[in-house]
Design a protein around this ligand. Structure first.
Ligand code: PAF
Length: 274
């Protein structure tokens, strides 16, 4: 497995490998990331993974400083998974000067998570655009757990006419349903016991939708109330069309998304319905 820290060596490698599937990550890898690696391996002979905690996508009071950094363990996992190359840039490699140019995603970036994390998706899209320029992948894989991120990146690469196939990998879950996330390790034992409720409430909404229930506000409010009552601080529970537009009464296909905090830990999840 090759390792690159600088932009030039990544570019030189890329120049000799015509078909690359790319998995951008912030490290602290778990089974969710490894399933994206497997998806990437099914789509191209070379798989590149990036490990980079992107400061631009964290707000001033968010967890950039304490975000778990586990480089040795990550490299061991990627090596065992048979990844071809890993890109591990320093912040200065991707942001050589104070940034003045950004990708400004659509109004969709100000809704849902964007409403609670101003500038987050601008930071995500900007770094992903930089990584796409460097890696020039034929395929790029993102987890469906970050459904809004996946939707915005898909739209960005379509609108910028980038010849990259964007693939969404299914969410990996613990046995009790909790979506795997690096942030799960912030949870106390008690919080970890409560955490599967997020998915359970989304599944309840999905069941109602599948049975033809169409009072979206009632379903969202009931789930928010149940979660708040159990000790969560809910940011949102939202029923959307699969492309994240607000649903109509005649809609048949949905994604139900939620974000909520347990103590200081903010978790997100979603399920598709219909
Ligand atoms: O999903 C993530 O891990 C990050 O948002 C990404 C896509 C690697 C950009 O920093």
């Amino acid at each position: 497995m090759l390792q690159f820290n600088d932009v030039d060596s990544l570019r030189a490698w890329r120049a000799t490998h015509p078909q690359v599937a790319f998995v951008p990550t912030m490290g602290n890898l778990h089974a969710g990331h490894l399933s994206l690696v497997a998806l990437a391996q099914a789509h191209a002979p070379q798989v590149l993974v990036s490990l980079f905690v992107n400061p631009l996508q964290f707000g001033p009071n968010e967890d950039f400083a304490r975000y778990p950094r586990t480089l040795d363990a990550d490299l061991a996992l990627l090596h065992t998974a048979g990844v071809s190359a890993v890109f591990i840039p320093e912040v200065t490699a991707l942001y050589p000067t104070e940034p003045t140019c950004f990708i400004e995603p659509s109004f969709l970036a100000d809704e849902l998570c964007g409403q609670h994390r101003p500038g987050h998706f601008r930071g995500v899209c900007t770094v992903v655009m930089k990584l796409f320029h460097l890696a020039q992948p034929t395929v790029a894989c993102f987890g469906k757990k970050d459904y809004q991120q996946l939707t915005l990146i898909r739209r960005m690469s379509e609108e910028f006419l980038m010849p990259i196939q964007i693939l969404g990998g299914e969410t990996e879950r613990a046995a009790d349903g909790l979506a795997l996330s690096s942030r799960n390790q912030y949870l106390s034992l008690t919080e970890r016991g409560i955490a599967p409720q997020l998915y359970a409430n989304l599944q309840t909404i999905a069941r109602h939708l599948n049975h033809g229930h169409r009072d979206y506000i009632e379903l969202e409010t009931a789930a928010s109330k149940a979660l708040n009552h159990a000790g969560w601080q809910v940011d949102y529970v939202s029923i959307r069309e699969r492309d994240l537009r607000l649903p109509a009464q005649t809609s048949q296909q949905f994604v139900v998304l939620a974000a909520a905090k347990l103590g200081n830990t903010r978790l997100i999840d979603n399920v598709e319905a219909g």
